[in-house]
Design a protein around this ligand. Structure first.
Ligand code: UT7
Length: 325
């Protein structure tokens, strides 16, 4: 078995920012409601000409530079996203092509906001087995493209962004353990109902606004707190660690109240919890790499730190991973 770790990280947030005060002009909401119910203040929005593959490519180039590698060194491309450029081909194929690469396998992971943790786990297994050496793992979303901008209960919560890491062989074992799970019986609580084979696009599906995010917020909230605490406990047990061994907790950035409840259940003090959702909103599969990258830039995460990252999302899915940076 080969030791694996993260060789480089890069992120990208689109230039355009919408504040809660901008949201007040779009739907019947207030900065006070959004901050107190979610913790979010700003979200980034892709430019008209940007699709998920475009923001992925920028994050990927930054991760390659950070690792001192070139695109030709990558032997597998994985993109975790709920907002692919199109149903097919996969966004990963488009990203590899935009990076000028032909040949290595490329595919997307559909696990909603948990997608990055799923993709990282998969990449880790491929590298550990010796089958692949350097895998580009991207979590990227253009969620503002699938939001119903007349639905105040969802449109204020999400934003766009991309984060990329390169998983490869390392001297020490950087990706220690992970736990993944799914429960499709709760899937109806967070969906984009139309445009797939169940409900192909028709004038009626468009009129009924079924090509946008539909969410039962309170149900997802309850599930999230349970799933985060449970999967973190499981992965810590597997790693033979306890919560106090963790340097930084990197929770999926959906709602500050979810993060606080999960941290409390785990006994992790808020000083060790990384929070970026105030600046980005919920960027789904991109929140974890974006949060790690920001913390590195702020001088918080240092080499050798132990991170516990956890996510939950559409599926419903969940996943937790212990990493040594
Ligand atoms: O990555 C996974 C994706 N999703 C999530 O993690 C979301 C999880 N859920 C949540 O974060 C929370 O449930 C929300 C932030 C979505 C909602 O917070 P809540 O405390 O569960 O509020 P609620 O849905 O129970 O709504 C409370 C009230 C309602 O009014 P009434 O029926 O009590 O009169 C809503 O209509 O707040 C109203 N409301 C708003 N008011 C102002 C809903 N959205 C807004 C809004 N501005 N944007």
């Amino acid at each position: 078995m080969t030791n694996t770790g993260i060789l480089g990280i890069g992120t990208y947030l689109p230039e355009k920012v919408l504040t809660n005060f901008d949201m007040e002009k779009i739907v019947d909401t207030t900065d006070e409601w959004i901050v107190s119910r979610s913790g979010i203040r700003n979200r980034h929005v892709v430019a008209e000409e940007q699709a998920t593959s475009d923001i992925s490519v920028i994050a990927a180039q930054r991760a390659l530079e950070n690792a001192g590698l070139e695109a030709k060194d990558i032997d597998m491309f994985i993109v975790a996203t709920a907002t692919p450029d199109m149903l097919f081909p996969s966004t990963a194929c488009i990203v590899a092509s935009k990076l000028g690469i032909v040949g290595p396998p490329a595919f997307d992971i559909a696990a909603g906001c948990t997608g990055f943790v799923y993709a990282l786990t998969l990449a880790n297994s491929f590298v550990r087995s010796g089958a692949y050496k350097k895998i580009l793992v991207i979590g990227a979303e253009s969620l503002t493209r699938i939001l119903d901008w007349t639905d105040r209960s969802t449109c204020v919560l999400f934003g766009d962004g991309a984060g990329a890491v390169i998983v490869g062989e390392t001297e020490r074992n950087g990706i220690v353990y992970s736990v993944l799970g799914a429960d499709g019986s709760g899937g109806h609580n967070l969906t984009l109902p139309a445009g797939g084979s169940a409900l192909p696009a028709t004038h009626e599906t468009v009129d009924k606004r079924l090509h946008y995010v539909h969410m039962n917020g309170p149900e997802v909230f309850k599930f999230a707190v349970r799933a985060m605490a449970k999967s973190c406990k499981e992965v810590l047990d597997k790693a033979g660690m306890v919560a106090s061994d963790i340097s930084w907790f990197v929770p999926h950035q959906a709602n500050i109240r979810i993060i606080e409840s999960a941290s409390q259940k785990l006994g992790i003090p808020m000083e060790k919890v990384l929070v970026t959702l105030d600046k980005t909103g919920n960027t789904s599969a991109a929140t974890i790499p974006i949060t790690i990258d920001m913390a590195i830039r702020e001088g918080k995460i240092k080499k050798g730190d132990k991170l516990l990252a956890v996510a939950f999302g559409a599926g419903l899915t969940w996943g937790a991973v212990v990493l040594e940076w």
